[in-house]
Design a protein around this ligand. Sequence first.
Ligand SMILES: CC(C)(COP(=O)(O)OP(=O)(O)OC[C@H]1O[C@@H](n2cnc3c(N)ncnc32)[C@H](O)[C@@H]1OP(=O)(O)O)[C@@H](O)C(=O)NCCC(=O)NCCS
Length: 167
Amino acid sequence: MIRDYRDTDLEACRDLHVRLTEWHRKIYDSPGIGGDNPGLQFDEHLAKVGKERIWVAESTEGVVGMIGLQPGYGESALEIEPLVVAPGARGKGVGGALVQHVIEVVKDMGLRDLNVHVVGRNAEAIRFYHDIGFDVIGYVELMYDTSPLEKPLWRDGETVAGRRFRV
Ligand SMILES: CC(C)(COP(=O)(O)OP(=O)(O)OC[C@H]1O[C@@H](n2cnc3c(N)ncnc32)[C@H](O)[C@@H]1OP(=O)(O)O)[C@@H](O)C(=O)NCCC(=O)NCCS
């Protein structure tokens, strides 16, 4: 079941935010991502967007996923931030249901675009969104890597516009 966020979901959503950070730490093999208390970043996000812009997925085991919306590019767009499903509940349609819910919210608001930023290395999430229908590249953020060549931060990853990019 997808429902509106309630104050009693705070701890569950903090925990989900930790799971989101853990995922990024894993894919970048970088334990420092998110700082010492990544759960509190949910509180900052809640204060920024308001609880009416956050929805949770609830199963018999409690809250297993959350999704938020924040202003996107331009006046007629919103952006998904964050989206996370509890590790044990992934691959069962929860993430898809959360995204479908906010697609309906955006349609009901009469807005034209729903965006999402995905880090370059999160190929699983890129495939997930593409399967749902996010098949438009709005912007591409490119980076110049100034780190010493003997210690590369990035690895070979994706082809965009016929060019190979590290992620
Ligand atoms: C990305 C994430 C939210 C997906 O949630 P999930 O509950 O595992 O996703 P679902 O079970 O709904 O989707 C799984 C599959 O169905 C597909 N799918 C989901 N909804 C779909 C739809 N409406 N139409 C077609 N395909 C769909 C997905 O592409 C995926 O395909 P696969 O089986 O080939 O892998 C979850 O894996 C997660 O929390 N990951 C870590 C955090 C993260 O990366 N967040 C996104 C940051 S931008």
